[in-house]
Design a binder for this molecule. Sequence first.
Ligand code: 13P
Length: 342
Amino acid sequence: MNLAELNKVALAMVASGKGLLAADESGGTIKKRFDAIGVESTENSRRDYREMLFRSADAMSNAISGVILYDETIWQNAADGTPLVKLIEQAGAIPGIKVDEGTQALPGCPGELVTVGLDKLAERLAKYHARGARFAKWRAVIDIGQGIPSMTAIHVNAHALARYAALCQQAQIVPIVEPEVLMDGDHDIDRCVEVTTQVLHETFQQLRIQRVALEGMILKPNMAISGKKSKTQASVREVAEKTVRMLKQCVPAAVPGIAFLSGGQSDLDATAHLDAMNRIGGLPWPLTFSYGRALQAAPQQAWAGKADNVGAGQQAFTHRARMNSLASNGEWTTNQENQKAA
Ligand code: 13P
């Protein structure tokens, strides 16, 4: 393992004014997104859609540091035969790859899940590296509900995250460590802080035990936020203050950067929260975005599967990428938000 090189890639992923595009929806998830805009999910439509994003030159060169791909996409070529990975590289961004294989029910823990995909991971990582991937992603999912999460679910998911991270570093790939505490429940923000704190402590404990070099990874956490079904919704300011405080308590300064997931927040909330955190400032790590839905909902609507709408889709993507880029520097304003991409 060349740690200096891993650290260089990790720092480039969180470079000032830049963040990650999570375009790594599995077959099932992208079908759901396409169903919502009335587009049939085929190998070609998925390719056309993602090619549209990766050819958004302004967004890709100025606001996006890297793209998380799904296995199908990393092997696909653009309509003109150029590998999609090359389009990303040509724009100056770094290709990455989702390597977990989704979740399964956790035996003995009703309602809880464990992320799988460690079998043969070393071999898969070597192939992805040869294709150009320089970072990877593994997402663990922790749900909050009546009597959950259990310590068992927190432990096995953290253990798997650390095993994945150690294998990535051995393959000269920067691991994005993503322990996601879902925002689906009716819990309040303080319960989210309590559970996320526990999850982050256990994750860093496992990373330490499994000798993962913190300088060669990126953390992708959820924000401290009210459950979607909670009657009390915390303000932007409260989300920012509680998230920053929580992260300071849990995340060692040696970690090169933190890139949040959007997790079902609205586009504007995801941008506003990131901006508010960066306005607080004085943090040991850059805070940026690694958004899926909050970057792609707008371009999906604008595109709607029609070749004639590619320009509109790219404009919508560029606008959201620019807004989140500003937020990653604490420079986002409503004025800029309302000036739709020219
Ligand atoms: P969302 O921003 O839509 O939560 O997706 C980010 C991601 O990569 C989840 O694993």
